[in-house]
Design a protein around this ligand. Sequence first.
Ligand code: C2E
Ligand code: CA
Ligand code: CA
Ligand code: CA
Length: 377
Amino acid sequence: HGFAEGDRILRVIADYLSAHIGKQEACARLNADRFAALLSYRDKEQLRERVKNMIHGMERLNRSQMEEMAYDVRMTAGIYQIEDKTEVLDKMLDWAKAALSRENMGAIENCGFYDTGIRERMVRQKELENHFEEAVSQRQFEVYYQPKYDVKGGRFYGAEALVRWNSPVEGMIPPGVLVPVFESNSMIIRLDEYIFEQVCRQIRQWLDRGFAVQPVSVNISRLHLYQKGFVERYLDLIRRWHVPPGLVELELTETVMFDNEELLGETLQGFRREGVPILMDDFGSGYSSIQLLRSMPIDNLKIDKGLVDDSTERPKLQKILASVIGLAQSLNIQVTAEGVETKDQYDLLKRMNVDYIQGYYCAKPMPCGEYEKLVYE
Ligand code: C2E
Ligand code: CA
Ligand code: CA
Ligand code: CA
């Protein structure tokens, strides 16, 4: 978790992996906390046993070394069996990732196979994809706004835009279902851009109606980072709708931030130069790097719900959280706590000097009209 121990865990895992694979096999670190191994096998059961043993080995090793840590090490593996030697590595990794998905993993299982069930789900994905154009033209995607609460100012200030899909066939499809599907096929790029433009358009409308408009943050999938012209296209939209750049903010999850630091730095600087604020989303949900706070132009750090939930019961975690908050603020990065549901959590985070609170305790995501009434009328 951003401390020296975090790197140590990953190094222990990397060492273990390379020590446990054979001559004709290979392994690599994909990004922050994800590794890939190419293994040879005789049959499926033998392969499963081997992967399970490796996982147990790594967890045991880490546990004995990390007794003093505030975190547990839990590992999961997705397995894809290569049947055809001409298969492309990218696709293999995608399938292994699909096998890793929560619904494919039994409650106690820590490794899952790519199977026909996944194939079926992928067919369903195809159906969702085919409806995308139609959904856009029929305005089935709706932007909900979740207000953020300014703790020191004692009032709501700004919101996060969250997509909802009102499908005439499927009913309301939540982003938890929608986003992973659209991420697996790059459709997310078009969805995000569409939502971003809707938000720009909405802000323009509020400005025209004479409201003192507050910023709205929009989620940006990590896939954007690899899109040519990403920065320019978004800046164009901001200009086209005559939106003051400070009023639309971008939320990027921290996992994005590991893939390619140089590319990321350039991208963020591109927005920063034009005055578009950057929020680091889901901090603490995976392998978090404190270093990134120092090196990247980030305006706001969003602490993940998971950390918020755990913190009220774990004094040690509170200390870590307090020091992260202090560090961020000393670097002029504001801090938002996400998923705050109870008064206890709110009080604790307020004591820790968090700048903004977002969560059901303050307000749930709501349709645009309701949000307007809450903050502008
Ligand atoms: P996120 O960016 O971490 O957004 C916060 C999620 O937590 C939202 O779920 C929000 O409704 C929920 N939430 C807020 N406060 C609370 C709380 O107190 N308790 C609980 N249990 N939940 C709370 P939602 O709207 O279902 O979105 C889920 C995820 O889908 C988002 O997580 C984000 O990663 C993604 N997402 C949503 N809209 C978009 C979008 O337009 N583009 C992209 N790329 N991703 C999106
Ligand atoms: Ca977000
Ligand atoms: Ca988040
Ligand atoms: Ca999230």
